[in-house]
Design a protein around this ligand. Structure first.
Ligand code: NAD
Length: 327
């Protein structure tokens, strides 16, 4: 069985559906946290259930909290692989409430690791983040780059990642940490820049870029994240490693807004708003280590990924757009 914590969320939901489609038995642990509208999570669960109905794999949802050590221990005991995605994501939320983020992201990870220490689990894969790097000394970031996070969220991810490494070293728990770089795609959290820009352009409103828009990001399409994780079902080559998983197609936020605007409503202008606290200035992934160790290669650039997202958005506009507008 594969345990996906946070499997009702954006990334975990895609992982769960893809594993089920590949014939695997998947258990999702998720507390359906109302951080953003739970309607998205219900639909995410439905997609994975549908995959189980159509294929050979099975799907079970356990509604519970990753901070519940006994529950986590019970589930991990039966898991061949654990993909630990459950977290309080979002830099801005962490600026407002650092303790809550620490509680979920660090304590939750310790529960998973303690449980894996006492079980025959083959691998714990931890969803880390480019937020661990913080202020760049050089770009693109390779995994040797200093880690000086600039938000409580980044601090929590780095602390959890260090526990992941130490449990690997001290207790022989096979672990891999994947540092994701800004992930987007169908059913993404509605409060992200891409969903917001798409929604505004769809409604003939100019996208609003925070600050001057010179901040750069490696926007990574969800399909590439799923491919990277799926490789870890097949190989132990990455055990003990920390790997960047990004797109390498680095764009600034203003360019992102222009790509989306040009695709949907080319006559619109771009507006600028106040810069948000805790936002990293630049992120840019060097993925050569993931290429060497896993054969990982990103397949989507910003134009192709955004194009796929806009197609999905149009088909799902009726229910998704109100969530974006109210977030
Ligand atoms: P998400 O918020 O959509 O998914 C997280 C899921 O975890 C949610 O379904 C939520 O209900 C669940 N959860 C939260 N607290 C929980 C708890 N206490 N117990 C059980 N479940 C809980 O976020 P996402 O974008 O899918 O991110 C998934 C993982 O990837 C997170 O660990 C995040 O830190 C990491 N990550 C995401 C990105 C990104 O751009 N989306 C980038 C880097 C890292």
């Amino acid at each position: 069985m594969i345990l996906v914590t946070g499997g009702a969320g954006f990334i975990g939901g895609h992982l769960a559906a893809s594993f089920v489609s590949a014939g695997r038995d998947v258990v999702v642990l998720d507390n359906l946290d109302p951080f953003y509208d739970t309607d998205i999570k219900r639909r995410t669960i439905d997609v994975a259930r549908q995959a189980a109905d159509n294929g050979d794999g099975s799907y079970e949802l356990v509604e519970g909290d990753v901070r519940d050590a006994d529950l986590v221990a019970d589930l991990v005991a039966d898991a061949q692989f654990v993909f630990h995605q459950a977290a309080q994501a979002g830099v801005r939320t962490s600026v407002k409430n650092p303790r809550r983020v620490d509680d979920i992201n660090v304590e939750g990870t310790l529960n998973v690791l303690d449980a894996a220490r006492d079980s025959p689990t083959e691998r714990v894969v931890f969803a880390s983040s480019s937020s661990v790097y913080g202020k760049p000394s050089y770009l693109p970031y390779d995994e040797e780059h200093p880690t000086t996070p600039v938000s409580p969220y980044g601090v929590s991810k780095l602390a959890a990642e260090n526990y992941v490494r130490v449990y690997g070293d001290l207790y022989d728990v096979p672990t891999v940490a994947l540092r994701y770089f800004t992930v987007y795609g169908p059913r993404m959290r509605p409060n992200m820049a891409i969903s917001n820009f798409v929604s505004r352009c769809m409604n003939d409103e100019p996208p609003v870029v925070y600050g001057d828009g010179s901040q750069t990001r490696d926007f990574t399409y969800i399909a590439d994240i799923v491919r990277a994780n799926a490789k870890l079902l097949e190989t132990d080559a990455a055990d003990g490693e920390v790997l960047n998983i990004g797109s390498t197609d680095n764009v600034d936020i203003r360019t992102l807004a222009e790509v989306i605007r040009d695709e949907i409503a080319p006559d619109l202008s771009i507006e600028h708003g106040e810069r948000q606290a805790g936002d990293a200035e630049h992120t840019h992934a060097d993925v050569s280590k993931a290429g060497d160790v896993l054969g990982y290669e990103p397949t989507e650039d910003i134009r192709s990924g955004v194009g796929e997202f806009i197609d999905w958005y149009r088909k799902n506009r009726e229910w998704y757009e109100p969530l974006v507008r109210s977030s």
